[in-house]
Design a binder for this molecule. Structure first.
Ligand SMILES: C[S@@+](CC[C@H](N)C(=O)[O-])C[C@H]1O[C@@H](n2cnc3c(N)ncnc32)[C@H](O)[C@@H]1O
Length: 273
């Protein structure tokens, strides 16, 4: 029998169990979208309080579409800069460095809160060039692990919405000014979703809410040196890839509403020359 690991996560840290659960759901599907080959084994080895994870299944397609696009952008960066650096911010229990085959020539830095990194190191057998950094993005310590000379991709999936706005902007600014060139890729939610997290039973049970939402004018104003390269609606990805094909026309009709179309978007910005 495989040994299990006791994992105690609360608040925003516990949301990584939700994404892992949804990756596992996708991996078990007849035609997976992400096809995370690690999710099932890792999830099944976790001994934890499930926190009603089943309540998140309605978001499964969106969550795995989000991961699939960010995997593609990560592979593209590493193909162009195999000696580059990937800052995997709020990495949670995601297998991305293994999934994208991070080459030994690169520097890969996984950053998350100490309790998450503790669980991550117990659940994954990660190679030496995939460095684990326990620290909060609201503080400074994690930055010591960053190589300021390497071209850098910062990939923050499902993270920035949990941070206070000033921490999001400080993190982006730090990467933009502290690395020679590269990219910043992240997802951002629409402002109306912040209110929803204050009453939705799933978030109440976890004890967390969204704090930061996308405001394009504010972001452009604060980060004038970043060049917007991609802006992808996750909702559009869901319409294209929803496994229940009969549901796609209904989703497409609902997607005419800007509130749904913009509920979560993926952004990729270029840093430097
Ligand atoms: C929804 S999970 C996403 C995990 C992973 N990126 C994925 O997509 O599977 C959110 C993650 O953000 C992390 N997080 C939230 N606030 C953070 C902070 N202040 N510093 C570092 N990580 C944080 C949580 O611990 C959690 O692992």
């Amino acid at each position: 029998m495989t040994s299990t690991e006791r994992v105690e996560l609360h608040g925003a840290a516990a949301t990584t169990l939700m994404t892992l659960f949804l990756h596992r759901l996708d991996a078990r599907a007849r035609r997976p979208i992400l096809g995370d080959p690690y999710a099932e084994d890792v999830y099944d080895r976790i001994d934890h309080d499930v926190h009603g994870l089943w309540q998140a299944t309605g978001d499964a397609t969106a969550i795995v579409c989000r991961a699939a696009v960010l995997d593609r952008w990560t592979r593209e960066f590493l193909a162009g800069d195999p000696d580059g650096q990937v800052l995997h911010l709020g990495c949670g229990l995601d297998s991305r460095p293994l999934r994208v085959g991070a080459p030994p020539s690169c520097r890969w830095v996984d950053v998350d809160q100490p309790e998450v990194i503790d669980a991550r190191t117990r659940l994954y057998d990660l190679p030496a060039h995939v460095v684990q950094v326990a620290g909060s993005l609201t503080g400074d310590d994690w930055w010591d692990a960053v190589d300021p000379e390497r071209p850098t991709l910062a990939v923050a999936e499902g993270v920035f919405m949990y941070l206070p706005p000033r921490a999001v902007h400080a993190t982006v600014e730090r990467i933009a000014s502290g690395t020679p060139r590269g990219e910043i890729a992240f997802d951002a939610v629409a402002p109306w979703t912040v209110a929803v997290t204050h009453w939705a039973p799933f978030f109440r049970a976890l004890g967390t809410t969204f704090d930061w939402a996308w405001d394009p004018a504010d972001f452009a104003d604060r980060h004038p040196d970043l060049f917007a390269r991609d802006d992808v609606s996750i909702y559009d990805e869901v319409i294209l890839r929803e496994p229940r094909i009969w549901l796609r026309p209904l989703l497409a009709t609902a997607g005419l509403l800007p509130a749904l179309q913009d509920s979560m978007r993926l952004h990729r910005f270029t840093v430097g020359p």
